[in-house]
Design a binder for this molecule. Structure first.
Ligand code: ZN
Length: 520
């Protein structure tokens, strides 16, 4: 089953070395004796999966706040997606690189597109950790406000007057970030946290206050934080981000970003149109190699000594962009960054994704390895997360099953001789089980969650493809990508569009894979 001893060893290691696509600073804190120690090597290899932490059931979670949380049967649908007028984020950050602190001024132009509201709700993920985020000032349309409440990652701002349907406002925020150390380990045990710093890397991911979606008739959509993340829902927005350094002579010169960048005095200015989120990664020893993939400049960011693996990551990403563009429609941005991350997972952001440093160390010169398959997975999230978003907490299968199935498509189109290897290595070996339509909290641990939503999810899509045929299947996926482009999709959207492409009897298939099967 495994072509080499090295692959077999890596295979054992990688049962949790998954593309969790999940990152969140931790509210759940393990005691030191429970938390595995990080290896002392420079590489962040995973620790063996020995224990599965039983996570608290949903019922024991804190009582819902005034902010609505969708139940297992979400009501979010594209028709109720946030306003067509996109929010604009203008962020000016001054970084003290040595101190790893940032002083940030941020403005959000927001247009409301629903019944009047008396308050705004923002997600501030850095404030899930102590002593990281300090809010210094809030203003609305230039008038300072003190009528706000910051409760962990939730900022509620009471407005001086209701914001009516169609009205806009300018929300001003000033804050300071003191970047924390990243946290790593078995994601069943240690809550992953890639935001922050390692010895050689700074990651600014989900690092700024973000307006959460407003669902007409329901309210602001902000889930409680969860152990392995996946709790934010990202409305489409435009970003204009300037990063300056207080001591530019001592700043990194290679910076990976979600958007296209231009040098400005003492820093860089980036823009990302129609993006979900804006991420940055930097380090003084970071290197970069780039290649064109159609209209997109793909850049692979890596550390010295890993040139070969970085080149392979670049090649896999350019091929994946071509493959998915042909099937699902164009990649929406002029640039795409692939970053060697000092943590155990692959992780998607818009216009930027991470590949674990461990994948680079174990790269074997072939396409049959995690470096390549996770590159295919994370690149695919640019369509199923970036182009078409979903509620990752309530319906994680919507993006994860598609991104995992995309790996299968990537191998089918580019390395068909490796397709059987992919199924056995990536899916079948784990004997995955579970219904795919649970919310992120419902699985009781990271491994059962990924088994169901990633692996069983890929099997569902494979069986769906066989049931309805290639022509209908790929026409459906392209329709789903185009119809919901820029929106936040839900399972009802998925099945409504699927039904437009097939009259096949899907009742048995849906009952097999879904705890709550949609109407066939
Ligand atoms: Zn994923």
């Amino acid at each position: 089953m495994f072509p080499s001893a090295r692959n077999f060893i890596f295979f054992l290691l990688s049962s949790f070395l998954l593309t969790s696509c999940a990152s969140l600073p931790g509210l759940i804190t393990l005691t030191p004796t429970e938390a595995p120690q990080l290896p002392t090597e420079t590489r962040f290899l995973p620790t063996p999966e020995a224990v599965t932490l039983t996570l608290p059931p949903t019922e024991s979670a804190p009582a819902p706040s005034a902010t609505p949380r969708p139940a297992a049967s979400p009501t979010l649908q594209a028709e109720t997606s946030p306003a067509a007028v996109l929010s604009s984020y203008t962020i000016d950050a001054l970084m003290d690189y040595d101190a790893k602190t940032l002083q940030v001024t941020q403005e959000i132009i927001y247009t409301h597109n629903a019944e009047a509201v008396s308050a705004l709700v923002l997600a501030i993920r850095p404030n899930e950790l102590p002593n990281v985020f300090t809010l210094n000032a809030v203003s609305v349309d230039g008038t300072p406000l003190t009528t706000y409440e910051l409760d962990g990652p939730k900022l509620t701002i009471s407005l001086p007057a209701p914001l009516e349907n169609g009205q806009s406002l300018a929300l001003g925020l000033e804050y300071r970030l003191a970047l924390p150390e990243m946290q790593q380990g078995d994601p069943n045990l240690v809550r992953p946290q890639i935001f922050g710093v390692s010895q050689r890397q700074v990651n600014l991911t989900d690092w700024y206050p973000m307006l959460v979606p407003y669902i007409p008739g329901q309210g602001w959509l902000l889930h409680d934080p969860w152990f392995y993340g996946e709790n934010l829902v990202y409305p489409l927005a435009n970003f204009d981000v300037t990063l300056r350094f207080s001591d530019p002579a001592n700043a990194p010169t290679v910076i990976a970003a979600s958007g296209d960048g231009q040098p400005v005095e003492t820093g860089m200015r980036y823009q990302l149109a129609r993006g979900r989120t804006f991420a940055l990664a930097m380090g003084k020893t970071l290197q970069v190699e780039s290649a064109q993939s159609g209209q997109t400049l793909v850049s692979s960011y890596f550390y010295p000594g890993d040139e070969l693996a970085a080149h392979a990551a670049l090649e896999a990403t350019t091929k994946a962009v071509e493959t998915y563009t042909a099937l699902f429609g164009a990649y929406p941005h002029p640039t795409l960054a692939v970053v060697q991350g000092d943590f155990n997972d692959g992780m998607e952001f818009d216009g930027l994704y991470y590949l674990s440093d461990a994948f680079y160390g174990l790269y074997d010169g072939t396409e049959r390895n995690y470096l390549t398959l996770v590159a295919a997975h994370e690149t695919c999230h640019q369509w199923w997360f970036g182009r078409v978003a979903n509620d990752q907490a309530a319906e994680p299968w919507l993006d994860e099953s598609l991104a995992t199935f995309c790996e299968r498509i990537f191998y089918e189109k580019n390395y068909p001789e490796a397709l059987d290897w992919w199924w056995s290595y990536r899916v079948d070996f784990y004997a995955p089980k579970g219904f795919i339509d649970g919310d992120v909290r419902s699985y009781g641990g990271f491994t059962p969650y990924t088994d169901a939503t990633y692996r069983v999810g890929a099997r569902f899509l494979e069986e769906l493809r066989k049931t309805i045929g290639d022509e209908a299947f790929f026409a459906f996926l392209k329709d789903y990508s185009e119809t919901l482009n820029g929106k936040i999709a839900s399972a009802p959207d998925f099945f409504r569009l699927l039904r437009a492409h097939t009259a096949a009897d899907l009742s048995g298939l849906l009952a097999k894979y879904f705890k709550t099967p949609p109407a066939p």
